[in-house]
Design a protein around this ligand. Structure first.
Ligand SMILES: Nc1ncnc2c1ncn2[C@@H]1O[C@H](COP(=O)(O)OP(=O)(O)OP(=O)(O)O)[C@@H](O)[C@H]1O
Ligand SMILES: [Mg+2]
Length: 459
């Protein structure tokens, strides 16, 4: 099916793809590439051994803003896999108020369902569009009713009417296709989206059982038809959506989604270090932290989780945990959990050269983003190599002096640097070219950088 048809990337290809967005961190890229490929390899095994092969869960260790989350996010995109990012510190042990760890699997399944649903909807899009067109034509030119006896002058006329009707319909269809009727208003029957337009909140813990009250109520209440009046253009997309929904078989969507979550799902557990006990010095809260780890264990190890779409097995879901591990160390996690994350990779702090590359080379590089923004106003934004070096240098300095927030520093520095330009375009800087060189960067930022108090607030 779909999944086999898509070309599976080899580890080298995965790393190459990641290189398009993430600078450096080669070891981490390698580790995730192997983990991803191993899952595919496992799928190819035919005998029972397949079930024995466990995913290579990974812990990414490194300071803030060096690409941990970004690597996982890009990886999931590459794999076209259901992906969810959760924060370990947000969970509480069962029995305490807060989200239980199983909810991450339910959320992952939701994501998988949406993914599969939108794929299937895309597959039927052409058909749905066509059906929508026909429905709109029916409204614009109601079909001739054959057996109605308005025509007193005999059969010929009815035939003639039918012929005329057909002709007009074809003519209208042309116009509709060309979008010439887009602004015309029409009235049509819409299936009311939801019986009531408010969110129903269940009692505490309902979410934990994977029960969706709204959905139950929605199924009990009859689907209402509602007259709506909109432009033809809007009606077209609304009706097409409705038709698409009818064409997609939700049951098979759910089945495929569960499969996909089980076999290709990726759960990114951020801030895992926050639930590690820090060297056993403090007591109190550590009890519940360890509780979270104990709850996490069966899920990472492989268990069945009830979701509203059915039972999801977690055995082969890939878990990538991440944390700075400044205070606690991976060895402070409970031993069983450590064992479930056999691969440890350290991500390095970013250097000034890395910053230069991050600013310019990734496909989504910050400078490219700002250039694209200003180009919409007809302004060409240009940075000289000197300016880029200067920005990288300042970012490194501020990271050293104030706080190391990694590549995120580039964001704050660029917003300060470009603040005036972004404000003055298009009123005061109407068009053409804005060139930023090292001098301008220094002028704009030097004062802020020198004044530590100021840079604490601004950069
Ligand atoms: N190595 C890198 N290459 C390119 N961009 C990067 C790199 N590291 C970080 N960035 C950029 O910095 C931002 C923050 O990175 P990311 O979210 O991956 O940080 P993190 O390591 O997960 O930090 P935290 O521990 O705070 O969660 C991202 O938006 C990304 O664009
Ligand atoms: Mg992160």
């Amino acid at each position: 099916m779909e999944q086999n048809a898509r070309k599976e990337l080899t580890p080298t290809q995965i790393v190459n793809e990641l290189n398009k967005f993430i600078i450096g961190q080669h070891e981490a890229k390698r580790a995730v590439a192997i983990a991803l490929r191993n899952r595919w390899r496992r799928q190819q095994i035919v005998d029972d051994l397949k079930e024995e092969i466990l995913p290579n869960n990974i812990i990414l260790i490194g300071p803030t803003g060096v690409g941990k989350t970004e690597i996982a996010r890009r990886l999931a995109k590459l794999a076209n896999a259901p992906f969810i990012k959760v924060e370990a510190s947000k969970f509480t042990e069962v029995g305490y108020v807060g989200r239980d760890v199983e909810s991450m699997i339910r959320d992952l399944t939701d994501i998988a369902v949406n993914m599969v649903k939108s794929e299937k909807t895309n597959e039927v899009k052409a058909k749905a569009d066509e059906l929508a067109e026909e429905r709109i034509l029916d409204i614009l030119i109601p079909p001739v009713k054959k057996s109605v006896g308005i025509a007193q002058d005999g059969e010929n006329d009815t035939n003639n009417d039918a012929y005329q009707n057909q002709k007009t319909r074809e003519w209208m269809k042309e116009k509709l296709k060309k979008g010439e009727l887009d602004n015309k208003m029409i009235e049509f029957d819409a299936t009311a989206q939801s019986a009531f337009g408010m969110q129903v909140l269940g009692p505490f813990g309902m979410d934990d059982m994977g029960i969706n009250i709204q959905e139950i109520m929605g199924n009990i209440m009859p689907k209402k038809k509602k007259k709506r009046k909109t432009s033809v253009a809007d009606a077209r997309s609304l009706i097409a959506q409705e038709e698409a929904q009818k064409l997609v078989d939700m049951e098979s969507v759910q089945k495929e989604a569960i499969q996909r979550a089980e076999n290709t799902g990726i759960v990114f557990v951020d801030e895992i270090d926050k639930v590690a006990s820090s060297g056993g010095k403090t007591q109190g809260p550590d009890v519940s932290r360890e509780g979270v780890q104990r709850d996490l264990l069966p899920i990472v190890e492989g268990s069945n989780v009830n979701t509203k779409y059915g039972v999801v097995r977690t055995d082969h879901i890939l878990f990538i945990a991440s944390g700075a591990f400044h205070v606690a160390k991976p060895s402070d996690l409970i031993p069983e959990l450590q064992g479930r994350f056999p691969i440890r990779v350290e991500l390095r702090s970013l250097t000034e050269e890395d910053f230069v590359k991050i600013l310019t080379t990734p496909e989504n590089a910050l400078l490219k983003q700002y250039s694209a923004l200003l180009e919409t106003e007809g302004v060409k934004l240009e940075f000289t190599p000197g300016a880029i070096n200067e920005i990288a240098k300042i970012a490194t300095e501020v990271n050293e002096q104030v706080e190391n927030i990694g590549a995120r520093r580039l964001h704050t520095i660029l917003t300060s640097l470009l603040d005036d330009i972004l404000f003055e375009v298009p009123d005061k800087i109407p068009s053409e070219k804005v060139k930023i060189d090292a001098e301008i960067v220094k002028q704009k930022l030097d004062k802020i950088v020198k004044d530590r108090d100021l840079s604490k607030f601004i950069l």
